[in-house]
Design a protein around this ligand. Sequence first.
Ligand code: ZN
Length: 226
Amino acid sequence: MLGCMSTVELAPSILSADLTRLAEQVKEVEAAGAERIHVDIMDGRFVPNLTFGPIVVEAVRRSTKAVVEAHLMIVEPEKYIPDFAKAGADIIQVHQETCPHLHRTIQQIHELGKKACVVLNPATPLVTIEEILGDVDEVLIMTVNPGFGGQKFIESTLPKIARLRQMLDARGLRCDLEADGGIGPATAGAVVKAGAHVLVAGAAVYGAKPGVAAAIQAIRAAAQAV
Ligand code: ZN
């Protein structure tokens, strides 16, 4: 289900969707070939914005057979991980910055039968996850500062993705490498070239004038032209 390096997977973020038509918007990207649906959970504390809770993950789950990922931009994620697991998320993504006991939190996610992903903000160095790389199913590199959709891609995250790719390959780890923030047709190629193979895209998918299907096609073409 979770591809490994060979093919690029797209994870449209519903943060930029028309929420009055949530189920349709999820089905549209799935029909256009998106492998995952990305749900951005924000708490107004870890990040300066409020978005969704488990009931929205549950609504997305009922709308799709695609992989559902819950990106938890919340303090004390361990308190809510069981709720997001129960809501039907396949992958639970927690920030290194919110988990003083990251190994324990990863274990908690695995005990609930879910894939565990650790997320790093642009300013957080890779060395902070070096010791748990062998325990996670995925690493997500933020390519903007989390909190809002539609932000500009931070170029300095590209060498960071490349260094993580080297670390994973050097250790023979079959761990997914995802990137999130400011990704669209103009940036997807560079992100994949650096070594990521799962791309979150929000505004570039749901805000695209030619429509959702054309946007997904354009991002995939850019990603695979590398
Ligand atoms: Zn996200």
